[in-house]
Write a protein of this length. Structure first.
Length: 141
């Protein structure tokens, strides 16, 4: 059974493939249970393995030519069966069919659960808020 540190290293390597447009290495790390959730910056939150797989695959089609992936760890904690990481992910990529590679920064929370076959991702939330923003930015018009 993989330890938590090994699981997070594997996840970060899989994200390098994801920013190239390949979701499969990341999707292999997810829990296949009905309570898995994903809240990515490309759409509303989804619940359940099938919805996570579809949203993750769709998100990967919006990213290409990723490079220079780095992780800034803000906080992490693990118990014997549950763990989380709060990180800033930075990379350069073409997004949404853009013609040029541009910098991307995401605030990412990942929750892991120990399952029968090792640590699995059970939740991921990512958004582009990585710096101060005015309070008015949360108001919906």
């Amino acid at each position: 059974m993989t330890g938590f540190g090994e699981a997070t290293e594997q996840y970060h390597r899989a994200l390098e493939a994801f920013i190239q447009g390949d979701p499969e290495p990341v999707l292999k790390l997810w829990s296949k249970r009905d309570d898995a959730t994903l809240a990515n910056p490309f759409g509303p939150p989804v619940r359940g393995w099938e919805a996570v797989r579809e949203a993750g695959t769709r998100a990967a089609t919006q990213i290409a030519d990723g490079e220079a992936f780095t992780v800034e760890l803000v906080s992490a904690y693990a118990t014997t069966d549950l763990a989380y990481e709060l990180e800033i992910h930075r990379f350069r990529a073409r997004t949404g069919g853009a013609g040029e590679v541009a910098p991307v920064s995401l605030r990412v929370t990942t929750i892991y659960r120990r399952e029968n076959d090792g640590w699995r991702i059970v939740h991921r939330h990512a958004d582009p808020i990585t710096g101060e923003r005015p309070v008015e930015s949360v108001a919906q018009s």
